[in-house]
Design a protein around this ligand. Sequence first.
Ligand SMILES: [Zn+2]
Length: 145
Amino acid sequence: MGISQRLQELVRKRDGYRCAYCRTPEALTVTVFEIDHIIPKSQGGETHESNLCLACPTCNRYKGISKTAMDPESGEEVPLFHPRQDRWEDHFAWNHEKTLIEGLTPTGRATIEKLKMNRLQMVRIRGLWRKIGIDLDASFSDLSE
Ligand SMILES: [Zn+2]
């Protein structure tokens, strides 16, 4: 069964119309963001608010049906970032220019690698947003509703 319109709206609004992983605001892109099952349905994840988040199509695709990934520093398999149970700020930080996301924990580093959160196109466009004065911490909800 699909995700009801009401539930999709709730998740989109709750997540601030941003990708819960790479924090890209949907309003700055030309794509439609997707509702991600954090724990994949195929692995028992429920279609419930607590297991859903908004994700850009690229993060969602690279995440696929994974729950874990390898920490590039230790080589160990660790849980991926869980947007409903973990706080983004505990696992990730922006560099000074806000072009790169840095991993603060094994989970943060593994998630950045797996979802390619610093893919070249992403880094380039973040640099462009900065150049034209877009504050990524601003609210984009008025552009998204
Ligand atoms: Zn993303």
